[in-house]
Design a protein around this ligand. Structure first.
Ligand code: SAM
Ligand code: SF4
Length: 323
C-alpha cells in the first residue's frame, strides 16, 4: 500500500492522455493550445506508468485530458489498463461530445464509469461557454450512457452561473439514473479570472426549488464529493467543495500529465518527469518508474492553497494537468 508523509493512502491516479480539446471552455482553455505533439505519451507508455503504479497499490485510474476521446486509442488504453494486474477500476472524464459514437467500444474495453462535464442546459449559454453548438450531442451521450454505466454529470459553477442554470442541471438527476455534481471553480489556469461560489450557496438554491436534501452516508466513488438525495430523484446530487470545504486530509491521488510528468498536487507547479525514463534504457525501467511514483507520493503537500490564489504556483491549464 502506498502511503504519503501524512499517512494518507494513495490509491488513485488521474491520467491526462492529451492536452488537446475541440472545446474552448472559458475557464479552461478559451484560446486553445498550447499543444506540443512531441511530448504526448503513447498508449504503451501510459499503460506502463499505470502498471508500475498498480504494483505499488494504486488500483483505480481516471482517464482525462484535454478531451480524451479525441485520441483514437482511448478505448485501447482503457482495455489495456483493465487487463493490467492490480487495476480494479478504470473511469473516464469527458465533455461528452464524442461519447455516443465511442460508447460501444468503451463498454467493450470494460469502462467502469463516466463523468460528463456539462455546465448548462441552455443551448445559447452552452455555445457561449464552450465555443461549440454541441449541447444536443452531450445530452444524447448522457441519454445513451444512463443505465448502462455509472454516470456523473460535472457542473462547474462560478459567479457567472445563474440560479436557473444551477437548478435546471439538477433536474437531470430527477429524470435519469445519473448523479449531478457541483464543482467549485478553482483558481487554476483561466479559472483564475472567475469567482468561486461556495457550494453551500448552491445547496440553498437547490433546496429552495426541490425541498430538503438529506445527506447520504455512503461515498459514490474515489473522490471527496458529498452526496444528497432529494425526494423523488432517480440519481443523487453531489458537491465537490474543493475551495470552501477543503478535503486535503482525505486526498488519495497522484496525477500524470499529458506531457508525462507526475504531479503530487493540483495546486503547485512541482512535477516529476517520467519521459526520459520511458524513452531510455529498457533494463530496470519499471523499478525506476516505481521509484518516481513513490517520490511523487512522498512530495505530496499537506494541503492545497486555493483559498489564497496568489500562493497557487501551478501555471498550467486544467486541460494540461488533467482535471
Ligand atoms: N475535457 C474533459 C471534460 O471537460 O470533462 C476532461 C478534461 S476537463 C479539464 C476536466 C474537468 O475539469 C471538467 O469537468 C472541467 O469542467 C473541469 N475544470 C476545468 N477548469 C476548471 C477550474 N478552473 N476549476 C474547476 N474545474 C475545472
Ligand atoms: Fe476542453 Fe474539458 Fe477544458 Fe472544456 S473543460 S476546454 S471540454 S478540456
Amino acid at each position: 500500500m502506498l502511503k504519503d508523509r501524512f499517512g494518507r493512502t494513495i490509491n488513485y491516479m488521474r491520467v491526462s492522455i492529451t492536452d488537446r480539446c475541440p472545446l474552448r471552455c472559458r475557464y479552461c482553455m478559451p484560446e486553445g493550445g498550447p499543444h506540443d505533439p512531441g511530448q504526448g505519451l503513447s498508449c504503451g507508455e501510459i499503460v506502463r506508468v499505470c502498471a508500475a503504479a498498480a504494483q505499488l497499490g494504486i488500483d483505480r485510474f481516471r482517464i482525462t485530458g484535454g478531451e480524451p476521446l479525441i485520441r483514437k486509442d482511448c478505448a485501447q488504453i482503457i482495455a489495456q489498463l483493465n487487463s493490467t494486474p492490480g487495476v480494479r477500476e478504470v473511469l473516464l472524464t469527458t465533455n461528452g461530445i464524442l461519447l455516443s459514437e465511442n460508447l460501444e467500444s468503451l463498454l467493450r474495453a470494460g469502462l467502469d464509469g463516466v463523468n460528463i462535464s456539462l455546465d448548462t442546459l441552455d443551448r445559447g449559454e452552452y455555445l457561449a461557454l464552450t465555443g461549440a453548438d454541441a449541447l444536443d450531442r452531450v445530452l444524447a451521450s448522457i441519454d445513451r450512457c444512463a443505465g448502462r454505466l455509472k454516470v456523473k454529470i460535472n457542473c462547474v459553477v462560478s459567479e457567472r452561473t445563474g440560479a436557473d442554470t444551477v437548478t435546471a442541471l439538477a433536474g437531470l438527476a430527477r429524470e435519469m439514473p445519473v448523479d449531478v455534481r457541483y464543482i467549485e471553480m478553482m483558481p487554476i489556469g483561466a479559472g483564475k479570472a472567475f469567482k468561486t461560489v461556495p457550494n453551500s450557496e448552491i445547496l440553498r438554491m437547490l433546496e429552495e426549488k426541490y425541498g430538503p436534501m438529506a445527506k447520504e452516508g455512503e461515498p459514490h466513488g474515489n473522490g471527496p464529493a458529498v452526496y444528497r438525495k432529494p425526494a423523488g430523484f432517480s440519481g443523487s446530487i453531489g458537491f465537490v467543495s474543493a475551495v470552501h470545504e477543503k478535503f486535503c486530509d482525505r486526498c488519495n491521488r497522484l496525477r500524470l500529465t499529458a506531457a508525462g510528468d507526475l504531479k503530487p498536487c493540483l495546486c503547485y507547479a512541482d512535477r516529476i518527469p517520467l519521459l526520459e525514463i520511458l524513452r531510455g534504457e529498457e533494463a530496470g525501467m519499471d523499478e525506476r518508474l516505481r521509484e518516481k511514483i513513490r517520490e511523487a507520493a512522498e512530495q505530496k503537500p499537506r494541503a492545497h492553497c486555493f483559498e489564497d490564489p496568489g500562493a497557487v504556483t501551478e501555471e498550467l491549464r486544467m486541460a494540461q494537468i488533467g482535471g
